[in-house]
Design a binder for this molecule. Sequence first.
Ligand code: PAF
Length: 292
Amino acid sequence: MRVIRTIAEMQAICRTVHREDKTIGLVPTMGALHAGHLSLVRSARSQNDAVVVSIFVNPKQFGPNEDFGKYPRNFEQDCAMLDQTGVDFVFAPSAEEMYPEGGTTYVHVEGVSEKLDGRSRPGHFKGVTTVVAKLFHIIPADHAYFGQKDAAQVAVLRKMVRDQNFDIELVVCPIVREKDGLAMSSRNAYLNEAERKQALVLHRALLRIQTLADTGESNAATLAQVGREVIAEEPAAKLDYLEIVDSDTLDPIADIGKGALVAVAASIGSTRLIDNLVLHGAGSARGPQTSN
Ligand code: PAF
């Protein structure tokens, strides 16, 4: 496994790989890797000739009062895990390499970027799409791998790929959960022992919605209300949103008849967590996905 620090070298490697008629799988990450990231890497490994994992804590997707400064950084440990998982290249540029002084070009997907997390974290998705578009230009992969846990991010990136004609197939991998149901996230590292237990309320709310949908309830407002009541049972949880939306447009829907995304965001102490569940229509709810 080779660690690449410059854009020029990464682009040269990709040109060589493609000249040999080999495929490239890209897994964009911000590091602090966990089993969820490794499931993306394993999918990439099984579907491509060369696998590139990018590790870059992207300053542009954090708001001024968010956790950019304290975001966990474990580069050596991440590299050891990636090496063991069969990754060929780690692309780990500096902030100066990615954003040289004077850059003024952004990629912004209007509309969908302002929903769910985009509403609570203004500018977040503009930062995500800008960095992912740059990564797609630097590493013109055949497939790029993202986790379903960031369902709103997936919707925004799908639209960016369509609108901007990126010749890259997005592969979305299921949420990986701890044994007790907590969705894996690099931010789980912020939780103390008590908060770690309190955080389970997000998964509990999704399970309650799933159970109700399984009995045939298809009214989105009723299902969402039940989920919000579960969150309210945990005094430590501060709900940001629990919404039932179309998984492409992220617009609210009235009935889950044709399928829906249930998305939740809540803070436990100072840690903001997100989770979601895909309902496949009234009476046939599936997920939250099982633990690995
Ligand atoms: O999902 C993430 O870790 C980040 O948003 C991404 C896609 C790597 C862009 O910085």
